[in-house]
Design a binder for this molecule. Structure first.
Ligand SMILES: Nc1nc2c(ncn2[C@@H]2O[C@H](COP(=O)(O)OP(=O)(O)O)[C@@H](O)[C@H]2O)c(=O)[nH]1
Ligand SMILES: [Mg+2]
Length: 363
């Protein structure tokens, strides 16, 4: 359901804000009470820093808002949270629909909270404006994690471009870290461009696969395999165990044909079952091994610096584009020029130049 359709509800925010997900540790009543007070940016920041989930949810909602008035408030919150962020490990999980991502995150997440970790689960799924997010759709697969006090689950921001969703997720990571979450899982559907965006915001990238389906069937491009730090073949249970082991050998062989990674890490291949939990602890051990290596070689720190630069540029690009297309004069002239270009009345370059000059003058 779109945010616009739901505006009748008393729970709803102003137009431009998509509805937050109610997660563990929060209740509708709590959020309602909090909303009535309209907390300031600094109040939200102190809430976040003291680990208040309602304040965190509320701040994320501001980040996700398309209402320009909320941008300044969101930026103030992010800036205040930044010095308290970064103390975490960020893990990306990708794989085609049905491979078992949600079930895996439930099992893996419970293991992590069992180890005393504070876990935030986020999603990058640009298609979620229609499906309302892979995580929300699969909430039933995360029954235990949803109830877990040490887990915070937030579905993808809806109704936006991939660039927009990715930026919002990245800013959400900062807030979650400031709120004390030390392990961030970011789920994405491995069928489009979103895994590239996720790859550029995580420290470790895990690709889930299943045995028996060809690569074409799994919709996984070679590029995604190259990005993976670990390939985990899920559903290695029952009759499937043998096939999974075979697939492991094949993937291992395939991975050795890829060029060496900049990190110096040789990607691993493992099997697991998100249902029986077989192999899940080993996945965490692999990730720990990776972090030990990457932190010792300083690759971990370097990669984060590079990612920060990348995101600065992305944010500028995104912002410039938004400002341009939302400019009243551009809105008025864009369609006219599009038609003129279509009818060969003006060259595309001349039309672009007219619009850009108009924007320069008006801004
Ligand atoms: N046998 C088996 N089934 C699994 C396993 N993990 C997930 N499934 C099933 O596969 C289906 C898709 O799982 P889901 O977690 O929703 O996949 P997602 O679309 O990648 O999030 C569900 O019916 C799960 O119960 C597993 O390890 N073994
Ligand atoms: Mg899912």
């Amino acid at each position: 359901m779109s945010a616009h359709k739901k505006q009748g509800s008393s729970l709803n925010e102003k137009p431009g804000i998509s509805q937050p997900e109610i997660t563990s540790g929060t209740s509708i009543e709590q959020i309602q009470r909090f909303r009535r007070i309209q907390p300031s940016a600094q109040e939200l920041v102190s809430g976040i820093l003291s680990g208040n989930i309602t304040a965190l949810s509320r701040a994320i909602t501001l980040i996700e808002s398309t209402n320009p008035d909320h941008l300044a408030k969101a930026n103030e919150i992010i800036n205040s949270c930044l010095p308290h962020a970064n103390q975490s490990v960020r893990i990306g999980i990708t794989g085609v629909p049905g491979v078992g991502k949600s079930t895996f995150i439930e099992a893996f997440g419970k293991q992590l909270t069992g180890l005393g970790k504070k876990l935030a689960v986020l999603a990058v799924d640009p298609s979620s404006s229609f499906s309302h997010g892979s995580i929300l759709g699969d909430k039933t697969r995360m029954e235990e994690l949803v109830k877990d006090k040490n887990a915070f689950i937030r579905p993808s921001a809806s109704g936006d471009t991939l660039g927009g969703v990715a930026r919002k997720t990245r800013e959400t990571i900062i807030l979650c870290e400031a709120a004390g979450f030390d392990t961030i899982l970011i789920e994405t559907v491995g069928v489009g461009q979103s895994e590239t965006a996720v790859h550029s915001m995580v420290d470790f990238f895990l690709l889930l696969k299943i045995a028996g389906a060809g690569d074409e069937l799994q919709g996984i491009k070679r590029g995604i395999m190259e990005m993976a730090d670990a390939i985990v073949i899920n559903k290695a249970d029952g009759d499937n165990i043998k096939k999974a082991r075979l697939a492991k050998t094949e993937f291992n062989r395939a991975l050795h044909l890829f060029p060496a990674k900049k990190s110096g890490w040789q990607p691993t291949v493992a099997t697991c079952s998100a249902i029986t939990h077989e192999g899940i602890p080993e996945v965490w051990q692999t990730i720990l091994d990776y972090f030990e290596m990457a932190k010792t070689s300083l690759y971990f720190q370097e990669k984060r610096k590079e990612q920060n630069q990348f995101w600065m540029m992305e944010t500028i690009n995104e912002q410039l584009k938004n400002n341009f297309y939302n400019h009243p004069e551009i809105i008025a002239e864009l369609d006219k020029n599009k038609k003129a270009v279509q009818n060969d009345e003006i060259s595309p370059f001349a039309a672009a130049s007219i619009l850009l000059n108009l924007y320069k003058k008006g801004s």
